[in-house]
Ligand binder design. Sequence first.
Ligand code: GTP
Ligand code: MN
Ligand code: MN
Length: 329
Amino acid sequence: QIDEAEVVAFSVPSYACLRRTTLDNHNPVLTDALSLLAENAELSDEDGRGVAFRRAAAVLKALPEPVTGVTQLRGLPCLGGHSLRVIRDILENGASSEVEFTKQSERFKALKVLTDIFGVGAKTAERWIRDGIHSLHQLQESGQTLNRAQQAGLEHYDDLKQPVTKAEADAIGEIVEEAVVSVLPGAQITLIGGFRRGKLTGHDVDFLITHPEEGREVGLMPKVVSWLESQVKLSGTKQTENTPEDTGHRRWRAVRVDLVVSPISQFAFALLGWTGSKLFERELRRWAGHEKAMSLSSHALYDNKQVNTLHYAVLPKRVFFVIVAGKNP
Ligand code: GTP
Ligand code: MN
Ligand code: MN
């Protein structure tokens, strides 16, 4: 018998963007399970279900301590019947049969392996699976034509699967900064994505590039890419010098890098929009739309009642503050 008085009940705002989110997750078993179901839904073209599982996982991530019983979850937002069933299964039986079944399914395993190739999305993977391709080996043997990104993705598969550390992100930041400043003096680069949120590892490194003079950033991206290609022999993001151990230099490995260029007038919105997480951004836009009647994108914030006027463009600091308050307390 559970003594109701001893049960810790939690309270969490329903919009993810209104929560204080820490990097400490006290419920990793539950959130891993829900994230796996979200991933499976997304890979199966069921985005609605995917978002529902992501929202449920995010609520559990926001809790200040481990959940020990479903009664604690009463009144929490975003926990639908399906998610609650999964949580109950895990709390009561140690595992969710649905999660275990999904993990073992040939279809899910094949979708994971194939979409883990840089440049391969769910649609392509789906098509390959219908052609009987379930593994990297089968893909290589199949004679399927791969585009340049996919070729690089396959070639550097193991490297790209390794999480990127903050130290690696900083090292890459120096290279990218050198490239950017060489082709456009005065340009500025900012680390965005997960590392800006304080994560210690990531699946890639994201940078936002701008120049304090509006318009100077036009045409910058191809120049940066050419500079990188000529200076560090990249295929996408790869440098393959096998320097001898005794020189003390570490071997470079393939790391995925995302570069975004924005004019300074849109910088605040780009910074906010590319810092993530994906769910935080989605919720922030939903909140802006439903609660404030405004439209937020990575380019601008509009008042829906005066769609022709750009709002807050002259108040970038305030927009910046939203993310500092929400994501890095
Ligand atoms: P890890 O890379 O795994 O550490 O996580 P992350 O949060 O950095 O994810 P990711 O690099 O995929 O994305 C970083 C941010 O860029 C997130 O806020 C995404 O919403 C945003 N983002 C990613 N792809 C796109 C895109 O195609 N368009 C726009 N506008 N934003 C994107
Ligand atoms: Mn990232
Ligand atoms: Mn990215």
